[in-house]
Design a protein around this ligand. Structure first.
Ligand code: UD1
Ligand code: CA
Length: 461
């Protein structure tokens, strides 16, 4: 049986090049901190424990993950190098465990790649990669037989070593006991005056340990974030992967390069998503749903066949089957629309149920309301739900017809089948099946003349 696994995530560095007050590992990729991605990947390996070595911005980092009870926090108050960092976590790790070292700023490493590294035999296994431009990385030193015998850091390397293109990704797996012994012997006599984790490789080789190595499927997996440009690059990589996954699952993306998933998307069959759509939180789209260009969907559930037209913003809403939303619609939290509802341009719906087949097609605000089935709400209708101190509910019965430019001053109830004349201000409940309107009678002033412009003083005689 393979030994139990302890994961150590290094996350103590400052990230100077981010030029930020926010600790680097809290910068976000797809709306989640870099460290959250790494922790999820680590958790997928089902380790016995995860240790996060943190230092810069320690409180902010811990606070951000306060609800995460699968993480042990190890404080590295001063950063004396990657070897020093791992050594802070080791005392807590049982000697018979396997240790996997990950990095809080290397967010895209894949679970399968790590499984491959963990499957390697021997006391020590490195994740290496061969790069066109190895600048900045530690170089892997192999002997004539291809056996790894050391890693030399960029800053400590001579010209021949700098020509090596196989680099250390930093990710490694080792037996806890051996790792502890090696680390105890690492010193800081090098160009940076740091305790290098990489020096354990030379020590292991000297002891005759066969150092194994594994490679990622893609270079993007081992890329770290040091500045905002690299962060943007990894965001694109993440989004491209997400888009590919969705397309393989049967979602049509009109342009996978113009799609952003910042949460999770569950999609039925034959969903079509036009360009520049942003998905946030947990979004569920039924079969045949289409989402127009430039929509933002956050924490929404949209049933089969609904169409969301361009430039609509939906947050915390439920949309029924066959509904038609937008263009330029805004559904806010608590908007629950039944099947076949139409919500058109410049309509805002908040904390309201709208019954089957009802239509709110133009320029309206419906908030804190219950709208029955088969209701027609005319253009420019407003539920006046707020009296300056409290919110009140508006109830509109099935089959009611609300004329354009109506204000419904809540609390108020419009009876089923009622008709409200256009331009009304409704302050009291209206009876079912009757016409109610509040409108001053129209009159015509006979023989009225438009005023004429007074002559300018210069034209006066
Ligand atoms: C390290 C490796 C190098 C490898 C490269 C890959 C060493 C000595 N070198 O170099 O071979 O090619 O990563 O990116 O390991 N950290 C701490 N505490 C510390 C020092 C670092 O938590 O005391 C964390 C940093 O926050 C960072 C990571 O460890 O996330 C790497 O540290 P860094 O100093 O950037 O190492 P590199 O010079 O990149
Ligand atoms: Ca680095």
């Amino acid at each position: 049986m393979a030994s139990a696994l302890s994961v150590v995530v290094l996350a103590a560095g400052q990230g100077t090049r981010m030029r930020s007050r926010v600790p680097k590992v809290l910068h976000t990729l797809a709306d989640r901190p870099l460290l959250a991605h790494v922790l999820d990947t680590a958790a997928a390996l089902q380790p016995a424990a995860i240790y996060v070595v943190h230092g810069h911005g320690a409180e902010a980092v811990r606070a951000h993950f306060a609800t995460r009870d699968d993480v042990h926090w190890v404080l590295q108050a001063e950063q004396h190098g990657t070897g020093h960092a791992v050594a802070q976590a080791l005392p807590a790790i049982p000697r018979e465990h396997r240790v996997l070292v990950l990095y809080g700023d290397v967010p895209l490493v894949e679970v399968d790649t790590l499984r491959r590294l963990l499957a390697a035999e021997g006391a020590l296994a490195l994740m290496t990669a061969t790069l066109k431009d190895p600048t900045g990385y530690g170089r892997i030193q192999r002997d004539a037989d291809g056996r790894v015998h050391g890693i030399v850091e960029q800053k400590d390397a001579g010209p021949e070593q700098l020509a090596i293109r196989e680099v250390n990704t930093g990710i490694l797996a080792a037996d806890a006991a051996r790792l502890g012994d090696w680390l105890a012997r690492v010193d800081n006599s090098n160009a940076q005056g740091e305790y290098y984790l990489t020096d354990v490789v030379g020590l292991a080789a000297t002891e005759g340990v066969e150092v194994a190595s594994a490679q990622p499927d893609s270079i993007d997996e081992i890329l770290g974030v040091n500045d905002r440009s690299q962060l943007a690059h990894l965001e694109r990589v993440y989004q491209r992967r997400a888009a590919e996954r969705l397309m393989r699952a049967g979602v049509t993306l009109r342009d996978p390069a113009r799609f952003d998933l910042r949460g999770t998307l569950e999609a039925g069959q034959d969903v079509t998503i036009d360009v520049n759509v942003i998905i946030e939180g947990r979004v569920v789209l039924g079969s045949g749903v289409s989402v127009g260009a430039h929509c933002v969907l956050k924490d929404v559930t949209i049933a089969d066949g609904a169409q969301i037209a361009a430039h609509s913003v939906l947050d915390g809403a439920e949309v029924g089957a066959g509904a038609r939303i937008g263009p330029f619609a805004r559904l806010r939290p608590g908007a629950r629309l039944a099947a076949a509802v139409h919500v058109g341009n410049f309509v805002e719906v908040k904390a309201s149920e709208v019954g089957e087949g009802s239509k709110i097609n133009h320029l309206s605000y419906v908030g804190d309301a219950h709208v029955g089935a088969g209701v027609n709400i005319g253009a420019g209708t407003i539920t006046c739900n707020y009296d300056g101190a409290n919110k009140h509910r508006t109830v509109i019965g099935d089959g009611a017809f609300i004329g354009s430019d109506t204000q419904l001053v809540a609390p108020v109830t419009v009876g089923p089948g009622a008709t409200i004349g256009a331009g009304s201000t409704i302050t009291r409940d209206t009876p079912a099946d009757e016409l109610t309107l509040s409108r001053s009678p129209q009159r015509t002033v006979k023989g009225w003349q438009r005023p004429v412009k007074a002559p300018k003083p210069s034209e006066e005689r």
